[in-house]
Write a protein that binds this ligand. Structure first.
Ligand code: ZN
Ligand code: ZN
Length: 121
């Protein structure tokens, strides 16, 4: 007996510690990676948000410039309205007309509300 009995114990302990330390390291790394992933996702969202906010031209949903709309939101841009179609539903003849856009000015779309909430995180 004597001191020899300690050797397997010490080996077991150091091995156990190494194993535990390894587990902790892995857990920490995983958490770190998850956090980085979250930050990256958040950054992407922010970039997308910036891009959507940085629309160079104030263009209406009807593709015409907002300046073409009057105070009531009615679009005054001249458009070509198809008046005759061939059998493939392809317009054959056009008539000059006025864009019938009413420039929707109702409640904000859901995506904008979402974006506002995200920036508070
Ligand atoms: Zn419009
Ligand atoms: Zn228009």
């Amino acid at each position: 007996m004597g001191n020899w009995v300690w050797i397997p114990l010490v080996l077991f302990w150091t091995g156990g510690f190494a194993w535990a330390a390894d587990n902790v390291r892995t857990a920490l790394r995983n958490r770190h990676e998850r956090k980085m992933e979250m930050l990256e996702a958040h950054r992407q969202e922010r970039l997308a948000l910036d891009a959507s906010n940085r629309t160079p031209e104030p263009v209406c949903g009807c593709t015409h410039h907002l300046a073409k709309h009057d105070k009531q939101g009615r679009c005054h841009e001249r458009v070509e309205i198809p008046v005759a179609w061939d059998e493939n539903k392809k317009p054959l003849r056009f008539e000059a007309g006025q864009c019938n856009c009413q420039q929707y000015v109702g409640p904000q779309p859901l995506s904008t509300v979402y974006a506002d909430e995200l920036t508070d995180l």
